[in-house]
Every structure is written in structure tokens, then in C-alpha cells.
Design a protein around this ligand. Structure first.
Ligand code: BG6
Length: 486
């Protein structure tokens, strides 16, 4: 199904995210026939490029990130024909706005869906929104997509939201969190609410704890400028992991409409029990990797990857214990963790059900463990014990659920693909509402403040391991352990 024709205006068009994620996603949807040929992609950034030189950069990026052998030359050339470039500093009112305006208004521009995608530093978002509005670039259908991070704490997040909100109504602001674009994350909603059996067991009476892990093998990847000012808590937990948590923990929404869904998600964030700053170490562990091994090769320490090998207290790993203070979840720990330079790239949700009574089959039966794997492969497994065939009552474990891969063509290869088109279609359900971002920052900000005020450094962990001992200790205190320590 093709979407309506659109004009996508990308601010930050020469950046890493645009080259690595946005353009490949648009290209793939185009190659699959979902993007009408009279749509346009207009890149803007400060570099003084013209259409041709920008297209050459895009060509190289698509070949690199999609793979040259997956790209047909004719398709690529048709795609590049849709790509334009206007050299412009989006935050500067005296920039070349007339050129952008006349390009957008040319052809049938006024009647197309217009999406502004902000992928610059977030402190520019307010100025860009103002310029877009004051230079007359908004159309009746215009939408503005905001890339993360929305601010660096509660105060700056509010500033960004209010800055953009002055020129765009909330209904046209699409805050992207690409984890919500992941098939397996969306599937959690289906799994929970399409299976009455699971729905009935989805609470503190049946569930002992939940673990949400997003581990990566990569290190800094040359993103030091951004990452060192951010760290794992802001980069992954505040957005991606808390979003996954909301989907796991929310009450049944009254419908799948954007606001019904987001009303329930924000309630979860607001119910997160504030972490007691005096007791933070008992609930939050942070680490920074030192030399170790990745993919069989020795890799340097985080600090050695920073420009000038500057000393840094930025955390590359966080593990924490969150609690949701509502009747469904009171007393159930939600363990979240994310880190760079872990032993494998894996994102998964583990739902640990409570153990059974001893008796019939000897010792107490261990509780079942539902594992929802998001990456690298998608699957859902719930091992069940059955009788081992033959004489007697020996038991064996079988996997009760597993998700088939599904038809290749219907699937998105990257989570940005569906989301970019959702913005064109005007479906905000899988985007983050203002109150959600702010509630997440509200919970996270005291942790950041506490770290800033304390003079402690993150705990060291060897690259290629599952983080510092303090992360294991965090669970041990509650008699639990991380999945890989089973
Ligand atoms: C981004 C972070 O939002 O998510 C990166 O800025 C991280 O640091 C990435 O690598 C992880 O995304 P994914 O989809 O590979 O799990």
C-alpha cells in the first residue's frame, strides 16, 4: 500500500543518523513501492552542498548501510531523483529560508503531506520550529518529528517541548523512539491483551520480577562528542527501556488509538516509585568499560576511545531496580539494564513467574520464565514442563511458544521504516507524547543529579562482560539473578 505523496524535510541531513537510519529506511520503503515517486526528500544542514554533491553522499551511504548488492542501480537513481538539498542553519533566522520555501511550494508542494524531521542537537529544536513557522513553511498537514534525546534532564526537556509547542500543536509533534518501531515490542501488546490466560496472570500475584535488557557489543563508535555528554542512562534507559517497560506494565487500554494507548503508558511512568537518593546505590549500578575483548579481539577502554583520552565519569552501563507503585505491580521489581561492550547484542524482556509448591514432583517447581526476544532475532518462548514419555513421571521441558519469522516482504528491516511512514500517515500511536517524555525525565533526573553531586566514578567492567559486579549484587540482594547467570 503506497502512502500519500509527501515532502520530508530533514534538519541534520549530513549527520550520522540521517545517513545510517533515515535515508536507508526511506529507500527501502521506496524500493518496496510504498513511496510515491513525486515525493521529495529535502536535506538541510550547514555544509555548502548542492543537490548533486548531496546525492553522491546519499548514494555512498545507502551502499554502505544497505549493502551495494541489495541495491539496484535503476531504483537507486530514481530514489536519488527525489532527493534535494538546501544549505541552511535551521536555528538561524537569516539563513537561506527563501530557497527552502520556494522548493517546498513548487510543484504540488502545497497540497502534499509535509514532514519536518529534526535530527540536530535538541537545543536547536525550538529555534528550528520557530523559523519553520515564521518563514511560512508550515502547511495544513505539516508534522514535526523530534529525534531523541529530548533534552538532557527534566528542565531542558520541558524547554524543548515548550519551544516546539509554541509553533506546533501537540497533535502534530511526533517524538520518535525507534524501540516502539520494533516488531517484537509491538508484539508485547498483542501477547498481553490477545491471550486471556496471560492477561489474567499478568500481575504481582503470578509474576515475581521482570528483566529488561538492551545489551550492545559496540563501544563508542566515534560518537564521543554526543555520548560522553550523555551516558547510558540518558541514551537508552530514559527513552528506549522505559518505553518497553510501559508496554510490559500498562493497564489494558480502552482501544489501540494513539491517546488511549499513551494514556495508559504515561500512567505507568507516573507510578514509578521515585528512587530514594539516600539509598540510590542499593537500586542503581553504573559502570564504564575498561580494556577487554569484543568479537575475539582486544578492544581499548572507553576512556582511550575518547578524543584526547580525556578522563570521564560517563557511564557506559546502567542497571537499576524500578518499582511501579500501583495495585497490579506493587512489590514486583522491574530490573532494567543497558550497556555498551557487552558479550552479545541482545534486547529481551524476561518475565519470571513465581515458583510453585513442593510435593508431587519433588522439590518446589521453578517458576516459568517467559522470554520475549526483541533482537537480534525475534521470538517468544515459554518453557513448560511435560511428562517425559515412558514409564514413570519424569519431567521434561518443552518450548510452548515461539514466533515464526513471517513473510520477508511484509517485514521492516529496520524500526525506522514503519515509523517514518506513520508520520506521513498521521498515526502517532507509536510516538511518545509530551507528558510521557516528561514523566520519564522526572523519574530519571534525580539519579543524574545524585551522580553529579557524588564524587564517585562508575564501577569498572572489562569490555566483553556483563557489566560490573555491582549489577549482579543489585539483584542478589533480592534473591534474584540476571538471566545469563541462571
Ligand atoms: C540509540 C542510541 O538510540 O539506540 C545508541 O543512541 C544505541 O547508542 C542505539 O546504539 C541502539 O539501537 P538498536 O536498535 O540497535 O538497539
Amino acid at each position: 500500500e503506497p502512502v500519500e505523496s509527501f515532502d520530508y524535510v530533514i534538519f541534520g541531513a549530513t549527520g550520522d543518523l540521517t545517513m545510517r537510519k533515515l535515508l536507508p529506511a526511506l529507500y527501502r520503503r521506496f524500493a518496496e513501492g510504498q513511496v510515491p515517486g513525486d515525493s521529495r526528500i529535502v536535506g538541510t544542514a550547514r555544509s555548502p552542498l548542492d543537490d548533486e554533491s548531496y546525492r553522491e553522499r546519499v548514494r555512498a551511504a545507502l551502499r554502505e548501510y544497505i549493502g551495494a548488492d541489495e541495491i539496484a542501480d535503476t531504483t537507486l537513481n530514481r530514489f536519488l531523483g527525489m532527493v534535494h538539498y538546501v544549505s541552511l542553519n535551521g536555528a538561524d533566522a537569516s539563513g537561506n529560508w527563501p530557497a527552502l520555501a520556494s522548493l517546498l511550494d513548487s510543484g504540488a508542494g502545497r497540497t502534499k503531506v509535509r514532514v519536518f524531521y529534526l535530527a540536530t542537537a535538541p537545543d536547536l529544536y525550538g529555534d528550528i520550529a520557530r523559523n519553520v513557522a515564521e518563514k511560512g513553511l508550515r502547511s495544513e498537514t505539516s508534522r514535526i518529528v523530534l529525534e531523541k534525546p529530548i533534552g538532557t534532564d527534566l528542565e531542558t526537556a520541558r524547554k524543548v517541548n515548550d519551544g516546539v509547542g509554541r509553533y506546533f500543536p501537540e497533535g502534530s509533534i511526533y517524538r520518535i523512539d525507534h524501540y516502539l518501531g520494533k516488531e517484537a515490542v509491538q508484539n508485547i501488546i498483542a501477547l498481553r491483551f490477545a491471550n486471556p490466560m496471560l492477561e489474567r496472570m499478568w500481575d504481582s500475584e503470578s509474576i515475581e520480577y521482570v528483566q529488561i535488557t538492551a545489551a550492545e557489543t559496540v563501544g563508542l563508535e566515534g560518537r564521543g562528542g554526543y555520548y560522553d555528554g550523555s551516558g547510558a542512562l540518558r541514551d537508552m534507559i530514559q527513552n528506549h527501556l522505559l518505553q518497553v517497560l510501559t508496554v510490559v506494565a500498562m493497564e489494558r487500554p480502552s482501544s489501540l488509538d494513539a491517546d488511549a494507548l499513551r494514556d495508559e503508558k504515561v500512567r505507568v511512568l507516573k507510578a514509578l516509585k521515585p528512587l530514594d537518593p539516600r539509598n540510590l546505590r542499593a537500586n542503581v549500578a553504573r559502570g564504564q568499560y575498561v580494556q577487554g575483548r569484543a568479537g575475539g579481539k582486544p578492544v581499548p577502554a572507553y576512556r582511550e576511545e575518547l578524543p584526547g583520552e580525556a578522563p570521564s565519569r560517563t557511564e557506559t552501563f546502567v542497571a537499576l531496580k524500578a518499582e511501579i507503585d500501583n495495585p497490579r505491580w506493587r512489590g514486583v521489581p522491574f530490573y532494567l539494564r543497558s550497556g555498551k561492550r557487552m558479550p552479545e547484542k541482545v534486547t529481551e524482556v524476561v518475565v519470571q513467574f513465581r515458583a510453585g509448591e513442593p510435593g508431587l514432583f519433588g522439590e518446589a517447581r521453578p517458576g516459568s520464565r517467559l522470554v520475549i526476544r526483541v533482537q537480534p532475532d525475534e521470538s517468544v518462548t515459554l518453557p513448560l514442563f511435560v511428562k517425559h514419555p515412558g514409564h514413570g513421571f519424569g519431567l521434561e521441558e518443552v518450548d510452548a511458544l515461539s514466533r515464526p519469522a513471517g513473510p520477508e516482504r511484509a517485514r521492516y528491516r529496520d524500526s525506522y521504516e514503519g515509523l517514518l511512514l506513520d508520520a506521513v500517515k498521521g498515526s502517532p500511536a507509536l510516538f511518545v507524547r509530551k507528558d510521557e517524555t516528561e514523566a520519564a525525565w522526572q523519574w530519571v533526573t534525580p539519579i543524574l543529579e545524585n551522580w553529579r553531586e557524588s564524587h564517585e566514578a562508575p564501577d569498572a567492567y572489562e569490555a566483553g562482560t556483563w557489566g560490573p559486579d555491582s549489577a549482579r549484587e543489585l539483584l542478589r540482594r533480592s534473591g534474584h539473578h540476571w538471566v545469563e547467570d541462571a
